[in-house]
Write a protein that binds this ligand. Structure first.
Ligand SMILES: Nc1ncnc2c1ncn2[C@@H]1O[C@H](COP(=O)(O)OP(=O)(O)O)[C@@H](O)[C@H]1O
Ligand SMILES: [Mg+2]
Length: 250
């Protein structure tokens, strides 16, 4: 689905990511861990194609097409979608109108918002005076409308209160086709049916209770240091810290 081959990225004339190799297969969800300022957001912004994130070495492909220099809107048309860590406020644009614009199948914004208990915010300008948790819901609402095949989530649970976290987790699981499998369906069959892929940045690991993630990585100093069981990485980082965790270099 998505392949990064030796990708090196510069932001504002400074090399932030070095030689990133990553493959996300159809149906897989990857989780990214790493300390603050290590390049996690930069990696998602680069995959999505934001201006200012310059790939100086390596290449990226998505659905078999080279996207290294493809503009952001074309990547979005190919089914890539992203929720931001800190999205901007857009004055003069109502959330309802943005959701309607994003909607692939002409879905009703009201109906989508109901799933997130977000109806009362539809007539506000996008992200205007919203709390941290409400902003995360607004981001998810836009993604629900867009229904992307490749879902990029930058800290989707930060700022979300304990009562809402289950709701946010369930919606993310739906976006990723990870909704609970039928009780007698073998896991391998369930996985085969899944088409959507995702990359999720998380500090708290809460989201892993709702999304059965397949692969975990640690980014340290702009380098992607491993590919391993996400639960194991999370517990290793919790016990020993990031620096110790990447020593195993699997
Ligand atoms: N637009 C920018 N201009 C200058 N430096 C930037 C810019 N964006 C990110 N950086 C720097 O790149 C590094 C990685 O940032 P980021 O990817 O946001 O980290 P993370 O998401 O892991 O916390 C940080 O040192 C940050 O200050
Ligand atoms: Mg970040």
């Amino acid at each position: 689905m998505l392949i990064l081959d030796g990708v090196t990225v510069e932001v504002a004339g400074k090399e932030i990511l070095h030689d990133i190799n990553l493959e996300v297969k159809p149906g897989e969800t990857h989780v990214l861990f790493g300390p603050n300022g290590t390049g996690k957001t930069t990696l998602l912004m680069t995959i999505m194609g934001f201006a200012g994130y310059t790939v100086t070495k390596g290449r990226m492909s998505y659905k078999g097409e080279d996207i290294t220099t493809m503009p952001l809107h074309e990547r979005a048309k190919m089914g890539m979608g992203m929720s931001f860590q800190r999205p901007p406020t857009i004055r003069g644009l109502k959330t309802r109108n943005l959701v309607a614009l994003c909607s692939k199948m002409g879905k009703d914004p009201e109906e989508l918002a109901r799933r997130l208990s977000f109806e009362k915010f539809l007539d506000r300008d996008v992200n205007d005076n919203l709390s941290g948790g409400e902003i995360k819901k607004s981001e998810l609402l836009q993604l629900m409308a867009q229904d992307p095949d490749m879902v990029l989530l930058d800290e989707p649970e930060s700022g979300v209160d304990l009562e809402n976290i289950a709701l946010v987790g369930e919606v993310i699981a739906e976006l990723l086709d990870k909704a609970i499998k039928h009780f007698n369906e073998p896991m391998i069959e369930h996985k085969k049916k899944r088409k959507k892929s995702g990359i999720i940045i998380t500090h708290t690991g809460f989201i892993m209770r709702y999304v059965n993630a397949d692969v975990g990585h640690v980014i340290l100093n702009g380098r992607l240091s491993c590919a391993n069981n996400p639960e194991e990485i999370f517990s290793c980082v919790g016990k020993f810290g990031y620096e110790e965790c990447v020593r195993c270099m699997v």
